[in-house]
Design a protein around this ligand. Structure first.
Ligand SMILES: CC(C)(COP(=O)(O)OP(=O)(O)OC[C@H]1O[C@@H](n2cnc3c(N)ncnc32)[C@H](O)[C@@H]1OP(=O)(O)O)[C@@H](O)C(=O)NCCC(=O)NCCS
Length: 189
């Protein structure tokens, strides 16, 4: 990891659903955020699975990269959104996996999720990371540049429809590994 020191940044994501545009603040998580991050995941998902997964990943020193857990602050300073990158591997090569990503329901579809995801990806790029993988909505993640991982001969260790397993190369000048994704143990796959 490099000496990158992430700083809060005003995002260009704006709320297009309301007359007053929201300019989101994104920043890496701090120790003071952990309860609100759990609450955001509990609120965004039907079960506690993702909230528990975040905590299991945070406890895994091989998977957790503190500077790559990002939050979006609502105007009142509370946490509206969350995006997480953790260490995974493609065969023997280091990569990152994106998720969970969560936005509190009252803030969804106003750019809070995109802001956290873009900030996390930018931080990863600045730290010299090159490959990010995501299993998720095939109509959401392509806006960040993700394309089907199969195009790089990267496959997950489970059966899933091709379009849901996506990859993003952060530096086109760096060779992309191919092979099978090895997730942190907390994912249970
Ligand atoms: C998915 C999620 C992180 C997106 O964050 P967000 O702040 O709501 O979304 P943004 O405002 O950044 O982006 C809005 C876009 O996301 C799309 N979007 C939001 N939720 C979506 C979903 N469940 N499936 C597909 N697209 C979705 C919207 O259609 C919208 O697309 P458009 O710009 O073409 O209209 C957030 O809605 C959420 O937490 N959802 C519930 C949990 C979840 O599904 N997490 C992702 C899996 S790890």
């Amino acid at each position: 990891m490099t000496g990158h020191i992430p700083r809060p940044q005003a995002s260009t994501e704006t709320d297009s659903n309301t007359p007053m545009a929201t300019s989101w603040i994104t920043r890496p998580e701090t120790a003071a955020d952990l309860a609100q991050i759990r609450e955001a995941n509990l609120a965004a998902f039907p079960t506690s699975h993702e909230a528990d997964l975040v905590e299991a990943l945070r406890a895994d020193r091989q998977a957790w990269i503190p500077s790559l857990s990002w939050v979006t602050e609502a105007p009142d300073g509370s946490i509206a959104g969350f995006a997480l990158l953790t260490r995974c591997h493609v065969d023997g090569s280091a990569a990152l996996t994106l998720g969970p990503c969560a936005v509190r329901p009252e803030h969804q579809r106003r750019g809070a999720g995109s802001a956290a995801i873009r900030a996390a990806l930018d931080a990863a790029r600045e730290q010299g990371e090159n490959l990010v993988l995501v299993l998720g909505h095939a109509d959401y993640y392509p806006r960040f540049g993700f394309t089907p991982a199969s195009g790089h001969s990267i496959r997950p260790p489970f059966d899933v429809e091709d379009k849901y397993m996506m990859a993003l190369v952060l530096d086109p000048a760096v060779p992309v590994p191919s092979g099978t994704i090895r997730y942190p143990a907390a994912f249970g796959v």
